[in-house]
Design a protein around this ligand. Sequence first.
Ligand SMILES: CC(C)(COP(=O)(O)OP(=O)(O)OC[C@H]1O[C@@H](n2cnc3c(N)ncnc32)[C@H](O)[C@@H]1OP(=O)(O)O)[C@@H](O)C(=O)NCCC(=O)NCCS
Length: 175
Amino acid sequence: MTLTHRKANREDLDALRALMEAAIAELQKPFLNEQQVASSRTIMGLDTQLIEDGTYFVVENDGELAGCGGWSRRATLYGGDQTPGRDAALLDPSKDAARVRAMYTHPLHVRKGVGRLILSLCEDAARREGFSRVELMATMAGEPLYRACGYEAVERIEDERGGAPVPMLRITKAF
Ligand SMILES: CC(C)(COP(=O)(O)OP(=O)(O)OC[C@H]1O[C@@H](n2cnc3c(N)ncnc32)[C@H](O)[C@@H]1OP(=O)(O)O)[C@@H](O)C(=O)NCCC(=O)NCCS
């Protein structure tokens, strides 16, 4: 097994959407009921701003798309292009935390270190731009990964924007 990584580009969009749909539908099942999985589709997903900003990565396993995720120097904490309440304002590295965004591993490639690799790419890139912290809104499916990578809980919330309330955990890591 060889994991490689590169920045995502617009030609990846269809494949990324398919991968995200598979990850949302399959990997959240142990944590959420059917209504909450449906609700997740409103509040999660692809943020094309990250691709335009050059801060979104894809990971391939022996050349096959295995996962994606990125980071951001912009204020939006989570959500896809379709999620209401987005904010493209630039963060201030001297006082704000960079965002980690939209982490998804294809169900056929879980527990191979794809998520861990993308997180380290994000943290390194944010550190290079002068940020001393990162933060994100974790799904219940994502929480074990972030805990394993040294993230600490800030607050639990429920997001009702998609219908059924979806439990989420705001989580942070200082470098
Ligand atoms: C969260 C997600 C990206 C993790 O991806 P992954 O590539 O399987 O994670 P990794 O293989 O890098 O896991 C690294 C470590 O995290 C922990 N971990 C990851 N998934 C876990 C799980 N389901 N249960 C328990 N621990 C888990 C383990 O400690 C693991 O190390 P190990 O496999 O050596 O024990 C993936 O489950 C996913 O796409 N979920 C659905 C979408 C989602 O909710 N994304 C998060 C948005 S915030």
